[in-house]
Each structure stands twice: as structure tokens, then as C-alpha cells.
Design a protein around this ligand. Structure first.
Ligand code: G3I
Length: 357
């Protein structure tokens, strides 16, 4: 029989081991049985850890990647919220006027449901990735209002009961906080945003409705514009539930140090917030130093969300550098996600786990 002191030491060692396993610093016995050399995967997932805080941890995905079995294995296990990166956008869902195609979106929703994952649906009203029939002609306000209402309500009805939330309007503001000059703003005026929210709410009263944008992580002119708009919409009882901060960050531009304050001011308006499209890109090549800094940013942004009431979760914009959008759009930049191109976890992955633990 061990002495009292020895029993205390054993208990402390056991507790320490449990903490290290939870933090992903070492793996539990069950995990070790499934590990491949060089790809040590801790047993608890990011989703498990986030759920302990009443949050989710999500990833975007896209249809072409779903044939990659090693990829879908991680996607299905590590996350509890999924966003289709393209499959629910207007060009994909209404390729001809009045002709709807749910193939891409349904594939991702079905896959998510099969893994007991929820879906952040993205996006109903956006100036980009619109079908040619919409961009290729002029519309009167009455015509465009009818087109917009039909698109929103048909899509939201199709996914009613199957998605957690909708990014109803995406990227509505310029950097200086003025309205972005889109076909919707030009033709319908700023009221298109409240209309879109009301139409979406009619079609699925239970879905959480978001406005979503990039470069609104810090307090500044663009996030101020969202704050003012959100306040006004709430005062008018327009059905707005949350603000999505995309958080496409870049090491060379600095960390948005006012993120937590910013999240908090939206919470005070009675709104949810979420980090919806996180990635942290860098100038290539990736060095150990840059990867360590990237890890710090992932840790800090995860901690910021946990620290603020009503920040409901974090979604990364896909999880592996293999399928990141960055290199195609920012030549010479990349390595933005927590898993590398070989699907091996990077320091950022450990850092997220530490924040969630
Ligand atoms: O569908 C065509 C395909 O037929 C063609 O063979 C291929 C060749 O390049 O292109 C395919 O279209 C691409 C599309 O994704 C679908 O894969 C476009 O070129 C490509 O530009 C497009 O990029 C998407 C981008 O939005 C468009 O702005 C990214 O995958 C998607 O991740 C990205 O997501 C946006 C969010 O919706 C909003 N916030 C910013 C974020 C990053 O841009």
C-alpha cells in the first residue's frame, strides 16, 4: 500500500497528466493507438474543447476537397461547425434566374449532419460570385427587390431547420465605413440590408442572422459602421442576431489588439459575435519564427472569443494550407492555417488547444 505522501504524488501526477492530455501537449492512451508517426493527433478535438466553454470550433470546406479521404477524416472529427466556402453562394445556387441548384450546398450539409456538425450558412447577399444573369443587365429597384427577395427566401426555405445561422449580407461596407457601392446598394439604397434580414427571418425564424465582413476585428471606421448600423437595426427591431468578424489576418499588418473590446461592444448591443473565416497568412517562406508568431495570434484570437460573453465560436477558413484560398489571391503569401499542406498540425494547432484548455 503506498504511503499518504506517495498517494498524493500519484494523484498530482494523474491530474497533471490529465491536464496535459486535455491541452494536447501529450496524447492519452486511446489516441496513441491511432496515431501515425509524425501526425500525433490528441484524442480530444478542438470541438470537444470548445464545447466545454459553450462555444463551437468550425472550419470552412469546399466541394472539390471532399474526395480527399485523409482531409475529410480530420474535417469530420475535429470540428463541430461547418461553413461551405462556395457552395451556397448565389452563382452556385441560382445559376439561371429562377432555376435553383442545391447540389453543392446539400453535399456539405449532408456531410456535416452525418458527423453531427452544425452549419454556418454562407452567404445570401454579396457583391462577389454573382451569376452572370444578375450582373449582365440593369435592374429597376422593383425588379431587383423581387429578385433578391425570391433568392433569399427560396434558399433559406430550402435549408430551413438544417442550418444554425446565415451570413445574410456579406461585406457591405468599405474600409472607411461608407457603404460599398454594389448593385444592391446602388439600386435599392441602404435599406436592402434590413429587407434582406426580414425576408430571411420570414423564411426561417429560427436561423441566427448575421452581417459578416473582413477588417472589422479591430475598433475602427469599418467596425464603427457595423456598430452604428447594428444599433439602428436593433432599435428598429430588425431581426439581426449577430456580427461575423471574418478575421483574415496577415502577420505583416499586425494583430488587431482591440478585438476583445470590439467583441464586447457588440455583445452590449445584445448581439452574438463570431470569428467566421479565420486565417493568419504570412510572407513565404514560412520560418519557425513566423509560425510561432502565427501560433500566438491563433491563441490570442481564440482566447479573445472565450473572454467575451456572446462570442459564440470560431471558424477557420478551411483547416489546411493544402486548400487555402490565400496563395491564389495573394501571390507569395500563404501558410495561413493550423494544418500544413501534408495535413500535419502546425504550432498554431497546439496554440488553439492551449487557449481552449
Ligand atoms: O468554379 C470555378 C471552376 O469552374 C474553375 O475551374 C476554377 C479555376 O480557377 O475556378 C472556380 O472558381 C473559383 C471558386 O472559388 C470556386 O472554387 C474561383 O476562381 C475562385 O476565385 C473562388 O474563390 C473563392 C473566393 O471566396 C471568391 O471571392 C474562395 O474559394 C473562397 O474561399 C472565398 O471565400 C471568401 C468568402 O466567401 C467571403 N470572405 C472572403 C473569403 C476569401 O476571399
Amino acid at each position: 500500500m503506498p504511503s499518504t505522501a506517495a498517494r498524493t504524488r500519484l494523484r498530482l501526477a494523474g491530474a497533471l497528466a490529465a491536464v496535459l492530455v486535455a491541452a494536447g501537449i501529450v496524447s492519452g492512451p486511446a489516441a496513441q493507438a491511432h496515431e501515425r508517426p509524425g501526425h500525433a493527433t490528441p484524442r480530444t478535438t478542438l470541438a470537444d474543447l470548445a464545447q466545454r466553454h459553450g462555444r463551437y470550433f468550425g472550419s470552412a470546406t469546399d466541394n472539390p476537397e471532399l474526395t480527399d479521404a485523409a482531409y475529410t477524416k480530420i474535417l469530420g472529427r475535429e470540428f463541430d461547425m461547418i461553413t461551405p466556402g462556395n457552395g451556397m453562394k448565389w452563382y452556385a445556387t441560382e445559376p439561371q434566374q429562377g432555376v435553383f441548384d442545391w447540389t453543392a450546398g446539400d453535399e456539405i450539409v449532408d456531410l456535416a449532419r452525418g458527423h453531427h456538425q452544425r452549419v454556418r450558412a454562407h452567404t445570401l447577399v454579396w457583391h462577389s460570385q454573382l451569376p452572370d444573369w444578375l450582373t449582365g443587365r440593369e435592374w429597376t429597384a422593383d425588379e431587383l427587390r423581387a429578385v433578391l427577395k425570391k433568392h433569399i427566401q427560396t434558399e433559406v426555405r430550402h435549408y430551413r431547420g438544417k442550418v444554425y445561422s446565415w451570413d445574410v449580407v456579406n461585406e457591405a461596407f468599405n474600409e472607411d465605413g461608407t457603404y460599398r457601392d454594389t448593385v444592391f446598394y446602388r439600386t435599392l439604397g441602404p435599406g436592402y440590408i434590413a429587407d434582406a434580414l426580414r425576408w430571411a427571418h420570414e423564411a426561417d425564424p429560427r436561423a441566427k442572422l448575421y452581417l459578416n465582413d473582413y477588417n472589422i476585428e479591430a475598433v475602427g471606421p469599418k467596425s464603427d459602421a457595423y456598430y452604428a448600423l447594428a444599433k439602428e437595426l436593433k432599435a428598429r427591431h430588425v431581426p439581426l442576431d449577430g456580427i461575423g468578424l471574418q478575421a483574415h489576418l496577415a502577420l505583416q499588418y499586425g494583430y488587431p489588439t482591440t478585438l476583445q473590446d470590439n467583441l464586447r461592444r457588440f455583445a452590449r448591443l445584445g448581439l452574438d459575435t463570431a470569428l467566421t473565416e479565420v486565417d493568419v497568412r504570412m510572407l513565404l517562406p514560412a520560418t519557425d519564427e513566423k509560425l510561432a508568431q502565427q501560433a500566438d495570434w491563433y491563441r490570442d484570437l481564440t482566447a479573445a472569443c472565450l473572454a467575451v460573453r456572446r462570442c459564440v465560436g470560431v471558424t477557420i477558413w478551411d483547416f489546411t494550407d493544402k486548400y487555402s484560398w490565400i496563395p491564389a489571391v495573394f501571390p507569395g503569401e500563404g501558410a495561413a492555417l493550423p494544418w500544413d499542406e501534408q495535413l500535419a498540425p502546425k504550432p498554431a494547432y497546439r496554440a488553439i488547444r492551449e487557449a481552449l484548455s
